[in-house]
Design a binder for this molecule. Sequence first.
Ligand code: APR
Ligand code: ZN
Ligand code: ZN
Length: 375
Amino acid sequence: MSTAGKVIKCRAAVLWEPGAPLNIEEIDVAPPKAKEVRVRMVAAGICGTDIKSLDDKNLGPFCPIIMGHEGTGIVESVGEGVSTVKTGDKVIILCLPQCGECNTCLNSKNNICKETRLSGTHLTSEDNSRITCKGKIVYQYIATGTFSEYIVIREISIAKVDEDALLEKACIIGCGFATGFGAAINSAKVSPGSTCAVFGLGGVGLSVIIGCKAAGATRIIAVDINKDKFAKAKTVGATECIDPRDFEKPIQKVLFDMMNDGVDFTFEVTGNPETVANALASCHKDHGVCVIVGSLASWIQLNINSQLFFSGRTLKGSVLGGWKTKDEIPKLVSDYTAKKFNLDPLITHTLTLDKVNEAVQLMKNGQCIRCILLP
Ligand code: APR
Ligand code: ZN
Ligand code: ZN
């Protein structure tokens, strides 16, 4: 029997206050309105940003909130005026939308669509949510909220993927993989035969390594303070792995000397301000490019010595790997299906949604790269 036009009762992982565990709650998901789509979720990935946000006091005003921003699913029904997807289509959730109409979307060099909710309301529309729990409005993290059996989401925040897409794994392409892979390919534009250093070997850092390798880098140095991450880094393409704590001199000096005036491309993928400065100082003094991939809290000021720029270095940002999401993320999904790259080593755990707190703990303890949640 069709559920279209009816409220769907289902389960979701809800955060009631920052720092609290997630609760599996019964929620009511109303039908989608104009330009919105209701999706039955098939899989969701847990990203480092979800983990940080769970304890972030700034999320307080947006509680109760369904966490999660990586996901794949199948369209259950669509609202008025939706033209790019239909019931039954396989889709990937885009935590960075592409409206196709704003100044950013109309400029081929940009990707941070003006409709983004990356910092903001956590609502799918300006003023409301289609989801309620115990009579209260439920927000959706970054206007996505993928840790749920069903969600309503804006059409600009989903993209249709191929019929043969492997939804259970491809969900991590929506944020973690695209962010890292694109940072190497689009933001740094890693060149064949170059040297790269990647600071931080979580799901995003490993995806940077996959991107550096795909771009033809010949030396890829993986840097982490947790040596347990090294084996996986080698599997996905790192040529060397180093722990800054094993050296007397600072890591930037180690890399700078090791690579004869610095590494061609360096990537900060830990979310630490000190690591940004270290990654910048490690890159080649004249032509080195350092990309900040990890997310830094908004109040953080970077402390960078001016002399690092008395040369030709470049320091740049990158959001969601620079991809035009609605156009390009589905292509990444097709490339994954076609085995042009392998992201399977990134997925270390798969749990059911009701085990979400276990998954959070695995991430917090550094035991897990990516955990997939299945409803
Ligand atoms: N030097 C080197 N590595 C470090 C350091 C440091 N000072 N501090 C932390 N790390 C390593 C951790 O040991 C871990 O392996 O960085 C890695 C970070 O991985 P995750 O926490 O799994 O994060 P990930 O999902 O990969 O995201 C990376 O991007 O989206 C953001 O908020 C996210 O800032 C985070 C970053
Ligand atoms: Zn736009
Ligand atoms: Zn993410």
